[in-house]
Design a protein around this ligand. Structure first.
Ligand SMILES: [Zn+2]
Length: 152
């Protein structure tokens, strides 16, 4: 069996790349997964890897992935699926991703992801404030123009 080091999916030996992940990363052996501290699919069931957060779009999933990589926290980005994954179907992919980390890292990883979310919101707030400020300056310019004497 071959494995995706990003989403943790298991593939037949004949498959070379993960079909679920962006850029279709090359699959690795179970030894490589172990070396990287990543779980094999059946090991996800014994709760050694637990959910640290949920990303609702691919961009957020990527940001979460980068943040945890920076902290050297092993992670799996598991695509949301409806239905059971069996040999005939991989199930329908859903538009959210579970970020799974080793249970020993869960508290830290969840806090990091929460921080990223808050920072994201703060940035959006700032952008909103900057836009309002510009608007006020624009009004001021117009008021000054009205007050100015005719230029001729
Ligand atoms: Zn994958």
């Amino acid at each position: 069996m071959r494995y995706c080091a990003r989403c943790g999916s298991e593939y037949q030996d004949s498959v070379v790349n993960c079909t679920d992940c962006p850029n279709h990363p090359p699959l690795v052996s179970s030894d490589e997964m172990r070396d990287r501290g990543l779980p094999l699919p059946h090991e996800l069931d014994d709760h050694r890897f637990v959910k640290a957060g949920i990303a609702e779009d691919p961009v957020t999933a990527q940001v979460f992935e980068d943040v945890l990589n920076e902290q050297h926290i092993p992670l799996i980005v598991r695509p949301g699926r409806s239905g059971v994954v069996d040999e005939l179907t991989t199930g329908n992919l859903l538009p959210w991703w579970e970020i799974l980390v080793p249970d020993t890292f869960q508290t830290r990883a969840a806090a990091l992801l929460e921080e990223v979310k808050i920072q994201g919101l703060a940035t959006a707030d700032e952008a909103g404030r900057a836009a309002e400020e510009e608007e006020r300056e624009g009004e001021l310019d117009r008021a000054q123009a009205d007050a100015a004497p005719p230029a001729f």
